[in-house]
Design a protein around this ligand. Structure first.
Ligand SMILES: [Zn+2]
Length: 193
């Protein structure tokens, strides 16, 4: 699934918990940290995607530990850490619902969904969302984005940012299959290394 889809899922969860969380961390910071935690695992696109920074078991475990710490010692730092790790855990544990981790996942050649470090093997992709950037990906993301946009707990700037990110994601879905050709064309015309 798209990084932004995971960001919207984390945002929706943070939005629902906002009345409690905002006692310790300001609402804009909670939402920003949740979104960043939600997208963070996909930074491993530069390494071994869905393996280096995706922890489908250790992620949720560390999020639960951080959550327990935040309940025991609620400060802005422990709460923010729990929100960040919670977002990352939701990402890593739900990526198995998507397609395979490869360049053209709509023509799959592997059965690599997400790597389980605890078991030392890949989970096969369940393809509920057939591939990252599929129209179904945007459809899956929509209700989560809507939770934040429609919530009265979130301010106008947060709602506007989420809407802009959703429109950006829609644009990505439109060009997803041509992305390889677009990048190749850019590399021919621009001196990108
Ligand atoms: Zn991912």
């Amino acid at each position: 699934m798209m990084a932004t889809t995971h960001g919207f899922v984390a945002l929706a969860a943070a939005t629902l918990a906002l009345p409690v969380l905002s006692e310790y961390v300001s609402a804009p910071v909670v939402l920003t940290v949740a979104f960043l935690g939600g997208v963070a695992p996909d930074l491993d696109l530069a390494a071994v995607h869905r393996r280096t920074l995706h922890f489908p078991v250790l992620g949720p475990v560390s999020a639960v530990v951080a959550g327990a710490m935040a309940i025991a010692v609620p400060t802005q730092w422990t709460v923010a850490a729990a929100v960040f790790l919670g977002g990352a855990a939701l990402h890593a544990s739900s990526d198995v619902l998507g397609g395979s981790a490869e360049h053209e996942p709509w023509n799959p050649t592997t059965e690599r969904g997400v790597y389980n470090h605890a078991l030392g093997r890949w989970h096969r992709p369940r393809r509920v969302v057939p591939y990252s950037g599929a129209p179904a990906d945007l459809l899956f993301a929509a209700p989560f984005a809507a939770v934040t946009v429609l919530s009265t707990a979130t301010g106008r700037s947060a709602d506007g940012t989420v809407l802009a990110l959703f429109v950006g994601s829609a644009g990505y879905v439109l060009v997803r299959k041509r992305l390889g050709a677009v990048v190749a064309a850019l590399q021919r015309t621009l001196p990108i290394r």
